[in-house]
Design a protein around this ligand. Structure first.
Ligand code: HEC
Ligand code: HEC
Length: 318
């Protein structure tokens, strides 16, 4: 009997020692490095692509990268990143050659946006957006804007603050989060005369599904419709005070989703954050002021076609 207890005791000590060494190993090894593919890519700028790119960057990138005091994309501390991921700072993505991305080739930018692997080979964890499905033309528009003479992106020598990812983030980047494959086929723009196709493109590429499905951890970036609880809400993004703001169910379920909403109510909620008879939608649901009515209506039309999910999400108002 005593001998049995002793063996268990020794086993526990051995397991603890292994765990501590494993933790130290993960912490020391850090986020994995990959060899970025050399992509032969030259951005093709025009006034139209820059304008389109500005809209995309304002809707998809600025919230994380903008310094709200200067209006420039010089990076900030991301107060809404889950604390268990560590201390996260977004990067300076202005054209400064030392601190920004002024010395990045177009091919290096496109490779990062598609796969999540930076110029130096480091993998950017899920707190940096990835655009595996976005049409080539829209990717071109984003890079056109980043290289334009708009004052948001002109060289600004604000130094980057390095992220301090937690052991958990490092561990997840070793075992779960991996770079996405670089597309092997051209990705065309959706047919904009087909409302549902346009709406699907926007709902998936403007990351609506990423917040509005069950959980960031179970989202499927390559096949978004296979994400758990696709558009059924209940995901738990944080506001700037670190409080959870549950996401709404946007499926056509009539009781718990938006099955009984009108097109007009939806467009107003998405573009101005106003829901009739309720207090305004809160951060991180930012009004998508740059979407046209036609685009917001298309998202609505698409959402009405997806499978309804019964999932009641109670709003928490702060
Ligand atoms: C949810 C927040 C978030 C969004 C949205 C986001 N980023 Fe980032 N971005 C980050 C963070 C955080 C880093 C730093 C990652 C790291 O160092 O590992 C980063 C890094 C980068 C870098 C690398 C810069 C460098 O010097 O290493 C580029 C380029 C970039 N982002 C461009 C973009 C573009 C373009 C978009 C929009 C399509 C975008 N980001 C959207 C958070 C975000
Ligand atoms: C960063 C996460 C995030 C993204 C991205 C996001 N949402 Fe939301 N959304 C939320 C949260 C959180 C709420 C609930 C806010 C509240 O309760 O105040 C919400 C609420 C809504 C509502 C209100 C629904 C209701 O029942 O009241 C609509 C409509 C909506 N979002 C549509 C969209 C669309 C369309 C997109 C993409 C263009 C989008 N959201 C992208 C987080 C997000």
């Amino acid at each position: 009997m005593k001998k049995g207890i002793k063996i268990i005791g020794v086993a526990i000590v051995v397991i603890l020692i292994v765990a501590v060494f494993f933790g130290l190993f993960v912490n020391f090894k850090g986020i994995p490095n990959y060899t970025p593919e050399k992509i032969n890519y030259q951005v093709n700028s025009s006034p139209e692509s820059i304008q389109r790119g500005k809209k995309l960057v304002l809707s998809l990138c600025a919230n994380c990268h903008i310094n709200r005091e200067t209006g420039k994309l010089t990076g900030v501390r991301m107060k809404d990143a889950p604390p268990e991921f560590g201390k996260i700072y977004s990067a300076n993505i202005t054209q400064d050659k030392t601190y920004g991305i002024g010395d990045w080739q177009d091919g290096e930018i496109v490779y990062l946006l598609r796969t999540g692997v930076k110029k130096d080979g480091q993998y950017a964890p899920p707190y940096m957006a990835k655009l595996p499905e976005m049409a080539d033309e829209d990717i071109n528009a984003i890079i056109s804007f980043l290289k334009s003479d708009d004052k948001m992106v002109l060289a600004d020598a604000t130094p980057d603050k390095p992220c301090e990812p937690s052991i958990l983030t490092k561990f997840l980047c070793m075992v779960a989060f991996k770079p996405l494959p670089y597309p092997t086929e051209p990705i065309p723009m959706p047919d904009t005369t087909d409302q549902v196709k346009l709406g699907k493109y926007l709902a998936l590429n403007f990351e609506c599904y990423s917040c509005h499905s069950a959980d960031f951890k179970t989202n499927n970036f390559l096949e978004p419709e296979k994400s758990e609880g696709f558009f059924g809400g209940g995901n738990k993004p944080l506001n700037m005070d670190g409080q959870i703001v549950l996401t709404s169910n946007l499926t056509p379920d009539q009781e718990t989703g938006i099955g009984l909403w009108t097109k007009g109510q939806f467009v107003k909620a998405v573009k101005s954050g106003i829901v009739d008879g309720q207090s305004s939608l809160q951060y991180p649901m930012l009004p998508y002021v740059h979407l046209t009515d036609k685009e917001a209506e298309a998202i609505f039309a698409y959402l009405q076609t997806i499978p309804p999910i019964k999932n009641k999400v109670e709003r928490v108002i702060y």
